[in-house]
Design a protein around this ligand. Structure first.
Ligand code: GLN
Ligand code: ZN
Length: 763
């Protein structure tokens, strides 16, 4: 008997972003559906072979996708809203239209994309299925079976990865035609037969083992679904190949009480994100027959696994359960990590020795299983050495930063005066009119800007010439804003490749990959910076740009920074320090930047925190701890400002009715939010919760090229002023303009300024 290894899922993008290229060229009508299929078939083949080459026992299939695996699950069970099915498009085009919309007005097609949401607490977004009593579930093309067969033909036996029916419905939302208060989970009985058929097909085709993902079990709401789980898995186990039920990203908590009794073959738990559940779960499954799949190799981080420690943990489980009742696995799908470290050319050997991307993680689970079966390989020994070297490196803490952090007191987190006194000082210092107009920071990032940056990075453009080009761009943006008649100006952020990477590159403690792409949604991939050690600032990061912009105009200038929480949440954090410590170190660096901007005469400073909400832990019980240090970090970075300096913050995703007290506790002077989708409930929350500082509810949606009319923005202002105070009301779009073109930006901002003039005359 032996301990087996498993991988729960793998990146779908291809080692060189082949899938992005293939789908985007298909979307642009440059290639056919057959071309697309041929290209991605290659990717799937390579993926399976590379995992098999590592010697992993359970290789995933069915987790591949052209857009999103949750969207695929909706398509498999026919949860497709009617507006898409009646479009006359092919099944492939319907799936893409659901994911990203489709506009072909000459053909009478104008389909919006379905809503996307963050996948648990990761930076991946999934498409939210829409369910109603009229949803006609049936089994469409069984992609799990197709991919299984495809791999089989290559001589590779895989374990299909299926989204579980309960998680599927629990993460869905009520469709527009559903009655008020409708819960998608109430459709479970009509969905179940489709899953029965699906799994039966797999079994008939000779599939021995499936992985069914039920991550809803790590959320609070999973705990109340015991009856549903018992019923569904009783039914499924009668027809299905043996089932490994997987949970990831968090702890089972109370759900363990019923999970341990489910009639499945194995249960998988995440021991990366929720290591604390180990003893409890082992004890709970011991008297049962369940196999326990240990998620030891992180699917979310890029750090090399400490195989020796993992081995010891697995041995503890084996001692309780026996060799053949333990599986070692990745903690979750590896889709959250880049494909392979071997593509990296600019990292030092030392840095390479710290890291492990998806393919290297496959190696880790295989090596770990071998070691547990008595085969300590060279790779295992090398890992032990690498980990020891990393531990040695970790000792090199930056004592200046550590000491400074230790000396922080409550006073450092507080502005010197309360908002009313600050407001008075700011009215005088900034001289803004009533209903001040401003923007969120970035202006169109034109092709010329991107080309200049690419040339600079390749060494084809000197630093001097590059900076000159960016200065020219700043000047264009300043003149443009003056011409529009905006009140509080920005420099436009042309010099920033990305709002997080730009800061990471200037801070000590970060490293960057060449090809470390991770899927964010559809064909959008990001390359998160990696925090490797204590973070500090070696000098001003943004001051020269803001100062230059300020020198060009008499209007007040707003400096622009990315907040500590957002930098942390959009990077790969280090594993040897808490997120709190890393966030506060970032905050200290930003605090110095705020002070420098202020000293340079910048009168307003915006610290963007769009990611504050997505960092919320999965369990409500853990929220307070996170929010406490997140808010403290933001305050640490901004509270240094004098009263006369106006501190702004911006949130794109403003779904924070339930964390409002903490948003208020940020103690900003002005907050700009996304409110263009007429979310009056949120505006009402500001009022009810006694928020009296400045607020700029985004008056139009910058994600679309559509130009908002003055009339519609006036209407919004009118409705909002029934709730909000006219004296603290800012007029602005709902996010940065970097993805927009200049033509629509000019028209939109002219209308925005027109709206402000009207408001001044009216209120
Ligand atoms: N200042 C940034 C910009 O304007 C803010 C972007 C964001 O909130 N995502 O682009
Ligand atoms: Zn935004």
């Amino acid at each position: 008997m032996a301990t087996k290894s498993a991988v729960l899922g793998f990146p779908r993008i291809g080692p060189n972003r082949e899938v992005k290229k293939a789908v985007e060229s298909y979307w642009a009508f440059k290639t056919s559906a057959e071309d697309l299929e041929a290209a991605v078939k290659q990717v799937r083949k390579q993926r399976w072979q590379s995992i098999a080459d590592k010697g992993v026992d359970s290789i995933p299939s069915g987790d591949f996708t052209l857009y999103d695996h949750f969207l695929d699950a909706a398509n498999v069970v026919n949860a497709i809203p009617e507006r898409y099915t009646k479009s006359g498009l092919s099944a492939l085009d319907i799936a893409f239209a659901m994911g990203r919309g489709r506009q072909q007005l000459d053909k009478g097609i104008d389909l919006h994309a379905m809503e996307m949401k963050k996948w648990f607490d990761s930076n991946y977004h999934f498409v939210v299925p829409e369910i109603s009593p009229s949803t006609q579930f049936k089994l469409n093309k069984n992609k799990y079976l197709d991919e299984y067969n495809e791999a089989k033909e290559l001589g590779i036996t895989t374990r299909p990865v299926v989204i579980g029916p309960i998680t599927f419905l629990a993460l869905s939302k009520a469709a527009r035609d559903a009655p008020a208060g409708y819960e998608p989970l109430s459709a479970l009985d009509s969905l179940l037969p489709v899953y029965v058929e699906l799994l039966q097909q797999l079994k008939d085709a000779g599939v021995e083992h499936v992985q069914i993902d039920e991550p809803v079990l790590v959320q609070d709401k999973g705990e109340s679904l015991g009856a549903e789980f018992a019923k569904v898995y009783k039914k499924l186990s009668e027809v299905s190949p043996k089932i490994t039920l997987t949970t990831y990203f968090g702890r089972l908590g109370k759900s363990l009480d019923f999970v341990k009794d489910l009639p499945v073959y194995a249960v998988h738990i995440d021991l990366d994100r929720a290591a604390q559940q180990f003893d409890e779960v082992v004890a709970a499954v011991k008297p049962t027959k369940l196999v326990l799949s240990l998620g030891l190799v992180s699917g979310r981080s890029i750090w090399k696994n400490d195989l020796k420690a993992s081995k010891e943990k697995a041995e503890k489980a084996i001692a309780e359960l026996g060799q053949d009742r333990v599986v070692v696995s990745t903690s979750s799908s590896l889709l959250h990590t880049p494909v392979t470290l071997t593509s990296e050319t600019r990292l030092t050997d030392e840095q390479m020795s710290w890291l492990s991307f998806a393919l290297e993680k496959c190696d880790e689970v295989a090596v770990l299983a071998k070691a547990l079966n008595g085969n300590t390989t060279e790779a295992f020994e090398k890992n032990t050495k690498d980990i020891a070297a990393r531990r040695e490196f970790e000792r090199n803490s930056d004592s200046a930063v550590r000491d400074r952090l230790a000396a922080i007191t409550e006073k450092d987190l507080k502005r010197s005066e309360e908002f009313p006194a600050r407001r008075a000082a700011q009215v005088e210092y900034l001289g803004l009119p009533k209903f001040p107009t401003t923007t969120i920071g970035s202006f169109p990032q034109t092709k010329e800007i991107r080309v200049a940056r690419a040339k600079f990075n390749k060494g084809e453009l000197s630093k001097e010439d590059y900076e000159k080009a960016m200065e020219q761009e700043v000047e264009t943006v300043v003149r443009f804003q003056e011409k529009c008649g905006l009140d509080l100006l920005v420099h436009g952020e042309p010099e920033r490749n990305d709002m997080v990477q730009y800061f990471g590159e200037q801070l000590n403690g970060f490293i960057f990959t060449q090809l470390g792409w991770v899927q964010s949604y559809g064909s959008r991939y990001v390359r998160p910076p990696i925090i490797v050690s204590d973070v500090s600032r070696s000098g001003p990061m943004t001051v020269r740009w803001s100062k230059y912009a300020d020198s060009l105009t008499k209007s007040p200038m707003k400096g622009m920074l990315t907040g500590p929480v957002t930098i942390l949440n959009w990077s790969f954090p280090r594993a040897d320090a808490s997120r709190e410590v890393q966030c506060k170190q970032l905050a200290l660096a930003l605090r110095d930047e705020v002070a420098d901007l202020e000293a340079a005469g910048i009168k307003a400073i915006q610290v963007d925190e769009p990611a504050i909400r997505e960092g919320l832990p999965l369990r409500k019980a853990d929220w307070d701890n996170y929010l406490e240090w997140a808010v403290a970090s933001f305050r640490l970075s901004t509270a240094v400002a004098e009263s006369k300096t106006q501190i702004h913050s911006h949130f794109c995703y403003s779904d924070f009715n339930d964390i409002f007290a903490h948003i208020k506790a940020l103690d900003t002077d002005v907050i700009s939010i996304e409110a263009s989708k007429a979310d009056m409930k949120l505006i009402q929350t500001f009022k009810n919760e006694g928020y009296n500082s400045g607020i700029g509810p985004g008056l139009y949606d910058i994600h679309s090229p559509r130009v908002p009319s003055e009339e519609e923005m006036k209407e919004k202002v009118k409705t909002m002023l029934e709730i909000l105070d006219a004296n603290n009301f800012f007029i602005n779009p709902d996010c940065g303009l970097k993805t927009r073109g200049w033509t629509e930006t000019e028209q939109s901002l002219n209308n925005l300024v027109g709206t402000a003039k009207w408001a001044r005359a009216t209120y």
